[in-house]
Write a protein that binds this ligand. Structure first.
Ligand code: MG
Length: 250
């Protein structure tokens, strides 16, 4: 299934995307649901980020190629930080570059969407807790990152967590091409097979630290090739089988 969330007739609704259009469902992807017979065009739809989240849990350094680029050792345990729920941004909506930021970076990331409350989940039992996968952009005020000692400010501004356009449970997340482009020019190109910490490990490990709630997302880290973008640019994150997340910068 591919799930989307959208505004339809002034209401927040969920739907199933079949690669062409969207069939609205009567409840949410977290419940049992049925299609309603109402169909909406994908390009015309007022898409929202596919879930609202209580937190976006992010992994700081999780691609071998990115660790090499930064000349950092391969970490022995995941570097974890959180983007607040208010950083969420819909596909096609504008990332706002804050006045205090002089260098704004993209970070293309595969994200894992949590399906049900996850607490102390064993490594081999994570499957039922995962609704699916999506594209995310871990937007970063790079110049502010070293200034603050920790990353909450640099990563936590409003609009710094674009996510979407849909969630799919039809992909194998351990082998997906991942790419970012700025104004159509490729900036990052890698594969999730380069992940240092696997998705089952991250879901299990994080669930022993904090309870993961339905709709929460885990951003699994970015590959090599990070770099800047600026007002007037358009940034895209494309992941094999997960479509393209497009956002202009304002
Ligand atoms: Mg990141």
């Amino acid at each position: 299934m591919k799930y989307v969330r959208l505004i339809h007739d002034g209401q927040i609704r969920y739907g199933l995307f079949d690669g062409d259009g969207i069939d609205l469902i009567d409840t949410t992807p977290f419940d049992s649901f049925e299609t309603t017979g109402v169909r909406v065009g994908f390009d015309e739809a007022h898409l929202l980020a596919p879930t609202a989240f209580s937190k976006a849990v992010c992994i700081g350094l999780n691609y071998r190629d990115h660790a090499l680029e930064l000349e950092l050792p391969i970490p022995e345990s995941p570097v974890v930080f959180i983007k607040p729920s208010t950083s969420i941004l819909a596909p096609r909506s504008s990332i706002i570059k804050p006045p205090m930021c002089s260098r704004l970076d993209y970070e293309a990331e595969l994200c894992v969407v949590i399906k049900k409350r996850a607490h102390n989940v064993a490594l081999d039992e994570t499957g039922p807790y995962i609704l699916g996968y999506s594209c995310a952009n871990d937007v970063t005020a790079r110049d502010l990152q070293p200034k603050h000692g920790q990353w909450t400010v640099a990563k936590g501004f409003d609009t710094f967590c674009p996510y979407g356009p849909f969630i799919s449970d039809e992909v194998d997340p351990s082998n997906l091409a991942i790419e970012s482009r700025v104004n159509g020019e490729i900036r990052q190109a890698s594969n999730t097979s380069n992940l240092i910490f696997s998705i089952p490990y991250l879901v299990s490990y994080l669930s022993t630290v904090m309870t993961l709630l339905p709709g929460d997302i885990i951003l699994t880290g970015t590959p090599g090739g990070i770099g800047p973008m600026d007002r007037g640019d358009t940034v895209e994150v494309t992941i094999e089988g997960l479509g393209t997340l497009t956002n202009p910068i304002a």
